[in-house]
Ligand binder design. Sequence first.
Ligand code: PHE
Length: 427
Amino acid sequence: MAGSAIGLGNIWRFPYMVGEHGGASFIILYILSTIFVSLPIFVAEVVLGRKSRMSAAYSMSSLRPGKRVWKFAGYLAVLIPLIICSYYSVIGGWSMDFMLKSFSGFFVRTSTDEVTGLFGNLTDSVWKPAVMHLLFLGVSCLVVMRGVKTGIEKFSKLSMPVLFILIIVMICYSVTLPGAKAGIEYLLKPDFSHLTPRSFAYAMGQSFYSLSLGMGIIITYGAYVSKHENILASSAGTAVADFAFAIFAGLAIMPAVFAAGIEPGAGPGLIFQSIPFIFSKMGENLPVISGIVAAFFFIAVVVAALTSCISLVEVGTSFLSEKYGMSRKKAVLIVYCICGFIGTLCALEGRLFDAFDWFCSNILLLVLSFLVAVFVGFILKKEEVWDNVTNQGQIAVNGKIFPVVYFLIRWVAPIAIAVIFFTNFIL
Ligand code: PHE
């Protein structure tokens, strides 16, 4: 779950969202949204998966058969990851391209002017983003093919600690840059004048996206969680690790952005334009160190993106093998073909990419999360949820925490989601 949560959302999206929405004050909103809305939904998704032991498509309809709305929610839970997987692996492909460039010392050798244009050249190229996307998706699919325990779990257990080490190396380097202080201040000093009602919507959307909620992923992984596991603790653990990583990524990126005099709210291009700029600049004086750190950085980006993409592929795979009884290999191949095709279209046409991202993050994801919260809060009985959380009372859960979490799932989360949903359209 941490593998899924920690991804491009933390490295690529979080820093520019913070940049666009007023620095540390946005981070405070992000923490509040995570505690009061995302975390309860996270627990609800794990409960759904673990209780039904089904793929995301049938988790709800198997627990309460007959109602159309839960069937609809199930299909949504398979559709969303397929769409997201398609364009997410396009970004994965860009990262892979940059990683390969960093291996050859490209950023160090190239002038700062040229290096900032690289991203534009890449996205303008007709075939390269599409090929890199297919390659990236292919690697994710190979891991999923090996199974949940021997593929996904093994890969994540190895890559997550490596990732933390890599990003810490990056921070050490970044904070020593001249002018880094302004970047750290920007991240850690709140400025409430930047906050607008929309900031709330963005903070919550980012928190959902970062914890992989509303996409059927946590439901799918929840189905593999042992009944002896304390899911309140592990959900909180995942959220903390995810947040810590986002902050670390911010600390690695923002000082460098300020040191280079780049606009912090520069949008998605931040890590593909400003970061190479830094490496090129540093390469003028310290070519070896700059080359090594560049390689470390882009390996980190690719590894983080891979474990997230893997979780997206797993949703469709578990659905296909459950519904049609097909082998894992065949199911993964079908997912590869579908996402490979849609992703290639996204790689070729930027507007399609943006449309998918917008539609999934602002609409589909919220609709599914809302339905999950209502299902666990109102359709399942309170005792059923309690039994699942405590494994029939065998897991000691602090008596005061459960009612709070349950209340958040039942009331706070759905209302907050509904408000955000309408805010997105009205404001
Ligand atoms: N949670 C992931 C991240 O932070 C994003 C993600 C989105 C993962 C969709 C899987 C699916 O990057």
